[in-house]
Design a protein around this ligand. Sequence first.
Ligand SMILES: Cc1ncc(COP(=O)(O)O)c(C=O)c1O
Length: 287
Amino acid sequence: MLTPAFKYGACTFEGLRGYQDAALKEVHVFRLREHLDRLRFSMHVMRFDDPPPDEAMRRALRELIRANRIAGDCHIRLMVWVDGDGEQTATGPIGWGMAALPRDADPRVREGIHVAVSSWTRIGDNAMPPRIKVTANYNNGRLSGLQAKTDGYGGVILLTASGHVSETPGACVFIVREGRLITPSHTDDILESITRATVLELARDELGIAAEERPIARTELYAAEEAFLCGSGNEIQPILSVDRLKLGDGQPGPVTRRVQQVYFDAVRGALPARRGWLTPMLGGAAP
Ligand SMILES: Cc1ncc(COP(=O)(O)O)c(C=O)c1O
């Protein structure tokens, strides 16, 4: 209980997904390299001593999935923390661990969600940088999530201190205007999301949909034809209304559906050009 990970939230982490490839009897982890790179960056900024090597984490992940006989879709949490009983500036010893749990399809991906704009402000880069995935940051999301839940919403969008749209507690935001995708810039206190980068790349290369990264004002959310949130855990969830103002006809829109289709094609290995994003866990030996 005296560990800096508990006392001060000195714990970095990643949330990843594994997807079943039934034909190949495989479970593929999506964009493992990018998640390990981001974890390394988080540990670097938090000045952790002696971070675990990528190869050790890759090996442990394969063993974890095999030992737990996970043969279907799953969610993986990988955590690295400051262990021991040190003070606030302790940078070691380092502990790490991971868990993988089966996860079924989330109905919110098909049905969409109603979101509110939070009265809580997004944490800022010069205080608790959202660019790094540190558990302590997530109390900002927790407060806004609890408020939204109490008020009967399925999700919540935070604004930056200067009033721009930032992100949700666990996902990035896209809006659609005149058929174009728009998403907040990296300077608007967001995590550098791997799913956001994936959506930008797939929209441009596979769908021919133009995309912009720029500041978004709160009322531009209300003006959007469509919107969705994206993240490894949330995948692609249509946003049906913001602050009870309906977007479009209040149903998941056509651009959102196209993005979902191409995203799920990519994670399930149906886009040959993107198979490099998939790391097999079982070697074709699903239990
Ligand atoms: C605050 C926050 N924003 C965005 C995301 C989406 O990031 P990614 O697409 O890398 O999972 C996450 C999820 O990890 C998150 O926690």
